[in-house]
Design a protein around this ligand. Structure first.
Ligand code: ZN
Ligand code: ZN
Length: 274
């Protein structure tokens, strides 16, 4: 891998030279530039600082990959493993030889997909290290790619990326915000990898839908209804968010009930409580 690859310290998305004055993803209203200003860092520098990668099994057939002490938004990537190959979902903004070996050890990666631009990480760097694996980017979010490469392939709608693994773009957080449905997950009851389309809440029994989580920008009732309707087409019992957060069971009815709650609040049904 290329130790000179540069990422934004705040979102950990890779950038091409010449570096812009500020990361476009962080300058957007959904993210933020920290008070001390824009900082860039190379993968080599991160490694020298002691950054390392942790790989752990979440359940049979599903690994999580995250960096410690952490870079940028610090998502937990997911590796969905099937007999037909593996999907690397929401790639982290760091890579080292150990991480690469762990991913290769789990089987061939057939596609790298970020749920949305905040989760691009070093997707092109991962692709190169894994042998130029296709990097699928939602067609409507291509404008946020800050390191172009021939391996990037636009996609839209629903996509059966592997047998039993379907990608879809309900949008919301970004126009192309995607989720991955893995039918064999949770002992065959189905798993949803939700990106930032759906955020599992700390109560572990509800979820949220937002245009921006750090800046608390809401979504309308119509958009949340669209997202919930799109997701509830799938059978899933468990939902994994971007980090260590998840809904262990009954995730589908929880998504539906949480959408109804959101819609009720923005419609004014609960104004008497305020
Ligand atoms: Zn950034
Ligand atoms: Zn996001």
């Amino acid at each position: 891998m290329d130790a000179t690859t540069v990422i934004c310290r705040t979102c950990a998305v890779e950038q091409s030279a010449p570096l812009p004055p500020v990361c476009r993803i962080c300058a957007d209203e959904r993210q933020y530039v920290p008070p001390y200003g824009q900082l860039w860092v190379s993968i080599g520098q991160l490694a020298a600082e002691g950054q390392r990668v942790v790989v752990a099994e979440l359940e049979p057939g599903l690994l999580e990959i995250y960096s410690s002490p952490g870079v940028g938004i610090n998502q937990h990537s997911k590796l969905v493993c099937t007999d037909a190959g593996n999907l690397l979902w929401d790639p982290i903004g760091f890579i080292d030889d150990e991480a690469l070996a762990a991913v290769l050890d789990a089987g061939p990666v057939v596609a790298i997909v970020a749920s949305h631009p905040h989760m691009f990480g070093v997707q092109v760097e991962w692709s190169r290290a894994l042998g130029d694996v296709p990097v699928l980017v939602a067609e409507s979010d291509l404008e946020w790619v800050q390191r172009g490469a021939p391996v990037i392939e636009p996609w839209r709608g629903d996509l059966a990326v592997l047998p039993g693994v379907t990608l879809t773009q309900p949008g919301g957080h970004f126009p192309g915000s995607a989720v991955a449905h893995w039918s064999a997950g949770a002992d065959g009851r189905g798993v949803l990898l939700s990106g930032d389309t759906v955020l599992p809440n700390p109560d572990r029994s509800s979820v949220s839908f937002m245009r921006s989580y750090p800046n608390r920008i809401p979504l309308s009732a119509a958009v949340v209804e669209r997202v919930a309707t799109s997701l509830c087409r799938f059978d899933f019992d468990r939902l994994y968010g971007n980090f260590a957060d998840y809904i262990d069971t009954d995730a589908r009815p929880i998504v539906r009930a949480s959408a109804d709650r959101h819609i009720g609040w923005v419609r004014g049904d609960f104004d008497h409580l305020t």
